[in-house]
Write a protein that binds this ligand. Structure first.
Ligand code: ATP
Ligand code: MG
Length: 565
């Protein structure tokens, strides 16, 4: 497998699936393509699902067909209504619409049951009394054929009677299953009499106690696709073998329509896990704040972090759809949001690690307003006024006591430009002798340089951001690092993926000072703190007048640089 960082920037390339759909549309086989996105409501959606959503709903839109949202809810022991709601919200947030095509596999339970009886009637399914463990033993291996179950040759009547008793609740959990009668020596293990129905006396989130037998994925999926007249049933590569069974069920039942299953490579991202089961562990073991923890690559997590739906859709376009397993570097996802926000996020100033600056020659009782652009390249963003006064905060890292020559920020005797403000020169600094910490800088300003230019043509190399101490708004900022320390946290089956969690994935800065206008920022709104990155007011932690910001992404790809170093 390869890791791609240099994804071509070209607009959507016509991938192999779209080629098939185009062809089917052109030759009249499927003038109206119908796809579906079929999540199991057993967890929140993650970035991998976004790829499948963009593909399925994208095709529905582009080919003037449609895409169904179908919940594959056949396992009542793991499924919950909360997940159904979150999945709907995530699909809508990405900007897609299933219109009135919302379905649940559980809506088909009656029909599926009828199909199962049909299979029994034509001699293609039987009730088997082997235990789960025995079924596994009889199945054989990749190199050895399986062995027929002793129950394989029950009569149609006996099978029908037993299956009806299973449905009626006559047998305990696990005591019997319904199996397809295919071929115990098939080279494809999935075809060795797979289980179609199991007994599970568990109430279902939608059908309650109506059923105590539930159909398996492989039986449900193809028939649900068929009932909805799906034309192209798109799934990830691990279902390649299941396609044989998919086709077998539809062929055996001689259904009026037979959707085509096509497999594509799943999205794998470095430094992340994308498996609902694993994400659920992180949530249940309180290793993260919840499904929407801003470090999680769930759709709700990246939404809370501040990613835009446009950036996710663009990302999915960029990575494309293929047949080859590959890893996408996390930096590709990060640059998609960076690029998007560069065009859309208004600029403001925020000081994350404040150091006080006292401008000795600035009048004590004077406040001034300085005009600042809301976007350096886009006039339509307008401008705002910044309050300027004698005491300011600047970033602690913008001062060095003994700076090297190429440090174009502040140091004793050095001059810088304050963004949209004046030139200031550092004349002295106060230092806590015990801790060695710099406590304040004393500077002078040049009144002739208002707005950031000097009439005498004097040049300064550095421009730094600042906030007036008197006017600034205190704020809390969360900086995030990757949740995992290694590129492939779940690649080693021997080791627990949680061992690779990054202990320093959150840094809380609780002493920040930002422009006062941010007191009213709506949670979920993104801004660029100049020179610092893109930030979003957190919807859980912010309260009125007290914003808490998540850093979405830095301005540059610091990781790419680190990797090269
Ligand atoms: P998980 O392993 O996280 O539970 P899943 O495949 O079991 O994922 P489903 O709810 O069954 O989750 O998935 C719904 C759809 O999303 C399926 O069609 C599946 O193929 C697709 N999908 C899941 N993960 C990815 C991924 N990483 N990349 C692309 N598509 C994915
Ligand atoms: Mg699944």
């Amino acid at each position: 497998m390869t890791t791609s960082t240099d994804i071509p920037q070209a607009d959507k390339v016509v991938d192999f699936i779209r080629q098939i759909v185009t062809e089917d549309q052109k030759n009249g086989k499927h003038p109206v393509p119908v796809t579906r996105f079929p999540p199991e409501p057993n967890g929140f959606l993650h970035i991998g699902h976004a790829k499948s959503i963009c593909l399925n709903f994208g095709i529905g839109e582009e080919y003037l067909g449609r895409c169904h949202l179908r919940f594959d809810d056949t396992n009542p022991s793991k499924e919950e209504e909360e997940y159904v709601d979150s999945i709907k919200e995530d699909v809508r947030w990405l900007g897609f619409d299933w219109q009135d095509h919302l379905y649940f596999a559980s809506d088909y339970f009656n029909q599926l049951y009828e199909f199962a009886e049909q299979l029994i009637t034509i001699g293609k399914a039987y009730v088997c009394d082997l235990t789960g463990e025995q079924i596994r033993q009889y199945r054989g291996t990749l190199t050895e054929p399986g062995t027929d179950s002793p129950y394989r040759n029950r009569s149609v009547e006996e099978n029908l009677d037993l299956f009806r008793q299973m449905k009626a609740g006559a047998f305990p959990n696990g005591s019997r299953v319904l199996r397809a009668k295919i071929d115990m020596s098939s080279p494809a293990i999935i075809m060795r009499d797979p289980v179609l129905y199991r007994i599970m006396k568990v109430p279902h989130h939608r059908t309650g106690d109506t059923w105590c037998i539930y159909p398996m994925y492989d039986f449900t999926h193809c028939l649900s696709d068929m009932l909805e007249e799906i034309t192209h049933s798109l799934c990830t590569l691990e279902f390649q073998d299941n396609r044989k069974l998919y086709d077998w069920v539809l062929d055996s039942l001689n259904t009026p329509c037979h959707p085509r299953q096509i497999e594509f490579a799943r999205l794998n991202l470095t430094y992340a896990v994308t498996s609902k089961r694993k994400l659920l562990q992180l949530v249940n073991e309180n290793l993260v704040e919840g499904w929407d923890d801003p470090r999680m690559l769930t759709i709700s997590g990246i939404r809370r972090r501040g990613y835009t739906p446009r950036s996710i859709r663009k990302f999915c376009d960029q990575i494309g759809v293929g047949k080859k397993q590959s890893w996408i570097d996390m930096s590709v996802l990060e640059s998609s949001v960076r690029e998007d926000l560069n065009g859309t996020a208004p600029r403001v100033m925020g000081v994350l690690d404040p150091l006080k600056v006292i401008i000795d020659n600035y009048p004590e009782d004077l406040d001034e307003e300085l005009e600042a652009k809301n976007h350096p390249q886009k006039d339509e963003f307008g401008s705002r006024n910044l309050q300027f006064s004698r005491e300011l905060f600047i970033e602690r890292s913008d001062f060095m006591e003994d700076p090297p020559r190429k440090f174009f920020r502040l140091g004793p005797g050095r001059e810088v430009r304050l963004r949209y403000g004046y030139y200031i020169t550092c004349v002295s600094y106060d230092k806590d002798e015990e801790s060695g910490e710099i406590t304040a800088l004393h500077c002078t300003y040049d009144p002739e340089t208002r707005g950031g230019a000097s009439p005498d043509g004097r040049k300064v190399k550095g421009t730094i951001h600042w906030v007036s101490a008197k006017h600034g708004l205190p704020a809390i900022v969360y900086l995030y690092d990757r949740l995992f320390m290694v590129e492939h946290p779940d690649s080693n089956k021997e080791q627990d993926f949680k061992d690779h969690l990054n202990p320093n994935s959150i840094k809380i800065l609780d002493n920040c000072v930002v422009e006062p206008l941010l007191a009213d920022i709506k949670p979920g709104v993104q801004v660029q703190f100049e020179r610092q990155g893109y930030f979003c007011a957190d919807k859980v932690k912010s309260s009125k007048g007290k914003p808490v910001f998540n850093r979405i992404v830095t301005l540059r790809d610091s990781w790419a640089k680190l990797n090269k170093a």
